[in-house]
Structure formats: C-alpha cells, structure tokens
Design a protein. Structure first.
Ligand SMILES: C[S@@+](CC[C@H](N)C(=O)[O-])C[C@H]1O[C@@H](n2cnc3c(N)ncnc32)[C@H](O)[C@@H]1O
Length: 347
C-alpha cells in the first residue's frame, strides 16, 4: 500500500471505530435511561439483530468518511457533533424528564399549548411524548439532542446521506455561483439537513419549510449566520410556491409521522413544485421489508415514542410512494435505520 493510501485507510478505520464505540456508549446511557427513568422493560436484541445493527452502523460511518474524503462535503462536517448546542440543551432536557416520564407512564399525548387546535389533528399531539409536541420553544431546543441520544450519535450522519445525491445532481447540471440551484427542504425541523447542504453547496439558494413556528425559529437561531436560507412556516400539504419553482426538493423523517393520505399529498406537492428534470430526495425510517431481522426493534419504536402512523408507514414501500407521486425513482439505499429514495421529475 502507498503511503497516502495507508494514511487514508488508517484515518477511515479510526473514524469508523471511534464513532462506532461512541454509539455503543450512547446506547448504554440510553438503556440505563430507558430502564430507570422511563421504566421500559427492554428485551435484548437477538444475535442476528445485533450483528445486523453493528454492520449497518459501521457501513454508515464508512460511507460518511468516504464521501467527505471524496469531496462530496467538507471534512469539517464529519469531525464532530454540535457539542456546544447539546451542552446548552442538556440541563433543560434533564429538567424536562419528569414531565416526559409522567406522559410515558400515563400514555398521554394530548398535552399541548392553547394554539394547538389551529393545527391538523394528526399533528397536534405529543410525538415522542415530548413536552408541547412540536409546538414549543423548549421542544425545539431539546429535539436534536433527544434524537441524537435515541440514535446513539448517528442521527446527523444518517441525515448527511441525503447530501451526496444532491451534490452529484448540482454538479451534473452545472449549478454554481453564476447559476444557483434552488432547493426546498420540506419539513426542515430545526434545519440540520439545511446546514449540511449549505456547507456542501455554498452557492445554492436554500429554502426550508416547516409547520412549527418554534422549530423554524430554532432553525433561524442555530443555522450559521453567513448561510443564506429562506425559512418559511407553512403546511407541506399546500406548499406556497408556484409549479416548478425548485430544481430540487428534499424531505426527511416526515412521512412516518403523518397519515397515509397526507403522505401522498406531501409527495404530490413536492412533485408539483420541482421543475421537470429536477431532483427529489425523500428519506425516512427503514421499512419492515428492508430488514426482517429488525422487525421487533422497528415495532418497539412507535410503542415507546408515541408514533401512531409509524407502523402503517413501515409496512409500505417508500420508493413506491415516491413513484406514485409521478417521480421516476433512480436509486434506493439504506443507511443504518434510514432509507433514502433518489428520484427525478420526468422532463
Ligand atoms: C421528525 S421531524 C423531522 C424534522 C427534520 N426533517 C429532521 O431531519 O430532523 C418532523 C417535522 O415535520 C414537521 N411537520 C409535520 N407535519 C408537517 C406539515 N404538514 N407541514 C410541514 N411540516 C410538518 C414537524 O413540525 C417536524 O419538524
């Protein structure tokens, strides 16, 4: 092996091993939390499920390293978690735990602020048993740390899997400073995917849309100040844009949280606002058919985190849903617990 190849191999192997070890540490902390605070009786995964999870995690980190190394996104993105942001959120998360625990114990998911009745019924609930559902500033502050803890430090790494297809599309179409690509992230939450896209494609014109005013406010607050992003608080079922306004659209971790008809309407709206020849990248949880050995683990998720539409989503096929909206599916990949569908709007 040449010296440069050896250095790259050592760096890759260090990255995969150290991040996998960190995930195991997060996992132990999560198990301790789940047993003592939430009172869950966790069943050990089968040997097959454990091996599958381990293989998928290592593969996820290996691809993350490789794509940074290949210049699909800057190396700084894989170097660490936003520790400062998480350190500030941690005390609030701990202070909020008793309320979440009480909701888990009593299985209450209707404790929402007064304005909640303005929102669709499927939305106005305490998803993940979190305080205020999606309708509170504290919820928006705690969301990313909670998700990172649940997924053992892999959430942002899984989110980054949407970046390479967008970057490849932008390069193939010749977008750049002279001709910026317009991209909409539908249900952008607090903006983590937009942050990665902005770093990978600094010339792109980015738009993020979410139904939660508080999550949009959090995205505004935490996205880098020099990143030009338009953030819009509105409904993905009725996108406030004219037909074909965008060159590309992304959608991440929304579809498992909405009923079947809403899922179809959101994808239909994405199809409408993307230009002919444009790109759509849609990603969400693995579905049952993707990993039969993890069926028990996937089933436990909606039970523990109040996700009433998850089971029905997991029984569907994401690529079929994207195709039903009119897109031509180009590629479907799996990345640990996430499935990514890359599609094109026919010209
Ligand atoms: C599980 S979070 C995912 C957020 C983000 N994409 C991420 O990667 O963390 C689901 C998001 O969908 C938003 N959402 C749900 N229904 C929506 C709708 N009809 N229109 C726009 N956003 C919606 C919620 O407010 C929430 O921010």
């Amino acid at each position: 092996m040449e010296g440069t190849d050896l250095r790259a191999e050592l760096s890759r192997s260090y990255y995969v091993r150290s991040r996998t070890a960190r995930t195991a540490a997060f996992r132990m902390a999560y198990i301790a939390y789940a047993r003592t605070v939430a009172g869950w009786q966790l069943r050990k995964p089968t040997a097959e499920a454990r091996a599958s999870l381990r293989r998928r995690i290592e593969d996820l980190f290996a691809r993350d390293w490789q794509d940074a190394n290949d210049g699909l996104y800057p190396r700084e993105l894989i170097d660490g978690l936003p520790w400062r942001e998480y350190a500030l959120a941690a005390p609030k998360l701990i202070a909020d735990l008793p309320k979440t625990r009480e909701r888990i114990r009593s299985r209450r998911h209707d404790e929402l602020p007064g304005q909640a009745e303005r929102y669709p019924r499927y939305y106005a609930r305490n998803f993940h048993y979190q305080t205020d559902g999606y309708l509170g500033h504290t919820s928006a502050e705690l969301y990313d740390l909670q998700v990172e803890l649940i997924f053992g430090g892999t959430a942002d790494v899984m989110r980054r899997r949407l970046v390479p297809p967008v970057v490849r599309f932008a390069r193939a179409e010749g977008y750049g400073a002279a001709r910026p690509m317009k991209l909409l992230d539908v249900a952008c939450g607090t903006g983590h995917l937009l942050r990665f896209l902005g770093k990978a494609l600094p010339d792109a014109r980015l738009y993020g849309l979410d139904l939660s005013p508080q999550y949009i406010a959090r995205a505004r607050e935490t996205l880098p100040r020099d990143m030009e992003v338009s953030l819009i608080c509105d409904d993905a079922e009725k996108l406030p844009f004219v037909d074909g306004h965008f060159d590309a659209a992304t959608n991440l971790y929304l579809l498992h949280e909405v009923p079947r008809d809403v899922r179809a309407r959101v994808l239909g709206e994405m199809f409408r606002v993307v230009r002919p020849g444009g790109l759509a990248v849609v990603a969400d949880s693995l579905q049952f058919r993707d990993a039969p050995e993890l069926t028990r683990e996937l089933r436990a998720f909606p039970e523990r985190f109040h996700e009433p539409y998850y089971e029905e989503y997991a029984a569907q096929d994401l690529a079929t849903l994207v195709a039903a909206a009119g897109f031509t599916v180009r590629e479907t990949t799996l990345a640990f617990l996430t499935k990514i569908v890359v599609a094109e709007k026919p010209s």
